[in-house]
Design a protein around this ligand. Sequence first.
Ligand code: HEM
Ligand SMILES: *[C@@H]1O[C@H](CO)[C@@H](O)[C@H](O)[C@H]1NC(C)=O
Ligand SMILES: *[C@@H]1O[C@H](CO)[C@@H](O)[C@H](O)[C@H]1NC(C)=O
Ligand SMILES: *[C@@H]1O[C@H](CO)[C@@H](O)[C@H](O)[C@H]1NC(C)=O
Length: 582
Amino acid sequence: MERLDQSERSVLDDLYPNAHASTAPGSLHAYFGSPTALLAIGLILLLLVTRAASSRNAVASKTSEDAKSPPAVPYWLPLIGHMPNMAYDADGFVKNLRSRFPSGVFSLNFFGGRHNILYGPGLATALLNQKQHIANSEEVSRRLLNVIFGFPKSELHKYDEGLPDMMACYKHLLSEPSLSDLVKQTARRIQGTIVDLVTGNESLVDQTPWEKTSNTYLATDERSGEPVVEASLLPLIRDYAAQTANPSLIGSDFFANYPNFLDDLWVFDRAFLLLATGLPRWIPIPALTKAHLARRRMLAKLEIFHEAMEKHYENGEDAGTNWGSLDDVGSLVKARMAVYRKHNWSIRGRAATELSLLWAANANSDTLIFWMINRIYADKTLLEKIRKEIAPYVVFVEMPSDLPIAEPPRLERFDVDGLSNNCPLLKSSYIESLRLDAAPWSFRVIKEDFVLQGRGEGAEGWRLRKGDCAHIAHDLHSTDPKYFDDPMVWRADRHVKYENDDKHGAADMGSIRPYGGGASMCKGRAFAFKQSMMYTAAIVAMWDIEPAGGGPWKMPRHKKSTGVYNTSDDTRVWVKARLLSE
Ligand code: HEM
Ligand SMILES: *[C@@H]1O[C@H](CO)[C@@H](O)[C@H](O)[C@H]1NC(C)=O
Ligand SMILES: *[C@@H]1O[C@H](CO)[C@@H](O)[C@H](O)[C@H]1NC(C)=O
Ligand SMILES: *[C@@H]1O[C@H](CO)[C@@H](O)[C@H](O)[C@H]1NC(C)=O
């Protein structure tokens, strides 16, 4: 950033050698007469000079050692640089730059700081694999834990001391036997609840937590005269997944005691980037104020949870009537108890850490399942293909009944390994939604000058400098027409590959990196994959979903979020049990 400022100054000096002499306000004012005119002329001069100075870099500049700096995109406004472009239409702006800078990297200016935007997959991998002392992600995580999740600033030294132990705990999300445990518990909850995705119960008290947030009521399909349940699809799918998966992480007591916890989590998530700016809570931005209040309520609940955990696990005391099932808390959170104790973290510090886990576990995966459901139900042929593919692994049985009203069917066989390993079309749909319905960026701070060496894509090195920021814009690669034909079209079987005479095919991620990479790579990726397969398969097998009132599917529009896209469109749907009618 220093360098750019200097070059601006030197260009200014070249063009207007006497500029410094004439800055006395009186003399200039006298010369131009009106202060408004002065301001306007001053602004125009500044824009021209800034543009001239910044476009000198538009062609990648050679430095003393051979490697070039990433080409800098010219800008009009000093200081704020490209912020207006990003605020106005970030998506269109960076996609346009992708075609102007085909070498896979360009650099933008935000508030004087140089931000290198990388999208070439070789360069992205090279950056993700750098060591922390060169391209650092830990300092950002640490700062976010404090400003977003409310970890006490005065305790950050304890965080630093405990970090290696905390990282080691993630084996409970990533590897066996804990991962299977987590998946099995979740599968069991799906088996117990999938018939209640909608109950059609009129009274709010009889509705499930996910129906309550989805404006659910009983309607009649005029074409057939049959009853259907009308609901809003986003909260229905998102909250069903969250309410039934989270107890596997934090135990069943927590969500039984605080069924409204998620409402606060969504309010908090909406203001995530605002919170990240570190703006104080008294700034009158409604979304920010609401997020601060939601965070306070969530932390208070998590503190009560941790006080109960401390009693139960460390002191062997009775934790009280609301906390009788703490034994079913997931193994990651249990393992963290030892770390919290060892490094003497306060209850508040523990609560903030668990808030960050619950946010990470829900911000992307629940909405991803929502998009998969949209994509699959939008195409009736695909829906039938997937139903056929998953049929051996998701088996419902009708319950015999003497009562006049039929018992609901039961999800008898739910083979998650079969779904994960033998259903390439469903898996490819999952990858296709990660490709098109998610747009995460990975962030690194450059701590030392170094040359980033990609493979493929020209293989030239790019010099990144100490103090720069580097972002990997995963969406620029995953929608790049050079790698994906008709990139904006969602195509279920796009990632299925047939090797040798394998007629069955297999799907893999290929070159997309929706979970980031390197040391900070998503710790929940293995679980997120199984969740996506389990929830989508169970819903698709049991339920018919169509737009309320019938007709073709209306695909909701993407709304930018931190990773997986959100939407503001309210998709009202009719939901009807599929097996009951057959
Ligand atoms: C579709 C679902 C998901 C997506 C797309 C996703 C994506 C990501 C991304 C992009 C990162 C940052 C990586 C980086 O900095 O390079 C991340 C971090 C993380 N994710 Fe996920 N995630 C998903 C689901 C989950 C789930 C279900 C969990 C937990 C059960 C989880 C736990 C975490 C954690 C703990 C981190 C922080 C890692 C660290 O800073 O060391 N994620 N995730
Ligand atoms: C919905 O109502 C039925 C009775 O009509 C009841 O048996 C069932 O438990 C209710 N569902 C929920 C989730 O409360
Ligand atoms: C642990 O931290 C608390 C403050 O949060 C402090 O009062 C206490 O002395 C510390 N205990 C140890 C053993 O360091
Ligand atoms: C997504 O958008 C909806 C509608 O604007 C909002 O209510 C919700 O909080 C947002 N976030 C998530 C994760 O659903």
